[in-house]
Design a binder for this molecule. Structure first.
Ligand code: SF4
Length: 138
């Protein structure tokens, strides 16, 4: 009986030490990702068809954010309306230009308040959860 208890104790301590180590290592090697990638991905069709020349919508979103513009990039599935949405995320000034469309009831336009919030982001990490909600609402 004692042998079983000792074995359980050793395994428990080993598991606890391993969990702590993994936590510390995960903090050390954490990769910060631009939250705009998730925003861009949210407005893409999600077909993952590769028609844009990338492996999927996520890769396309990463390429758009890395490029900082939509020049030379296109999603043939979503077409111009989708690329306009992507442009609004990448270039907040484009969102302001589209504000009159939103005010006139055009669902594809960004709400001016949303555009202002995107421009006023303190840090991308802090704004991430709210941005997703705003993008889905817009
Ligand atoms: S063409 Fe559009 S829908 Fe297809 S993978 Fe590229 S971004 Fe996604």
């Amino acid at each position: 009986m004692n042998l079983i208890l000792i074995s359980m104790g050793v395994l428990g301590v080993t598991a606890l030490v391993a969990a702590c180590l993994l936590y510390v290592v995960s903090l050390f090697f954490k990769v910060e990702e631009d939250p705009r990638i998730d925003l861009v991905q949210a407005v893409l069709p999600g077909a993952n068809c590769g028609g844009c020349g990338f492996a999927g919508c996520r890769n396309f979103a990463e390429a758009c954010v890395k490029a900082g513009s939509t020049d030379g990039l296109a999603c043939p599935v979503g077409g111009d309306p989708t690329m306009d949405e992507v442009k609004k995320i990448l270039v907040p000034a484009a969102a302001e230009e589209a504000a009159p469309a939103a005010e006139s009831g055009d669902k594809k336009g960004f709400d001016p308040a949303v555009a202002a919030k995107i421009k006023a982001l303190p840090t991308p990490k802090a704004a991430f959860p709210n941005l997703i909600a705003m993008a889905q609402k817009a």
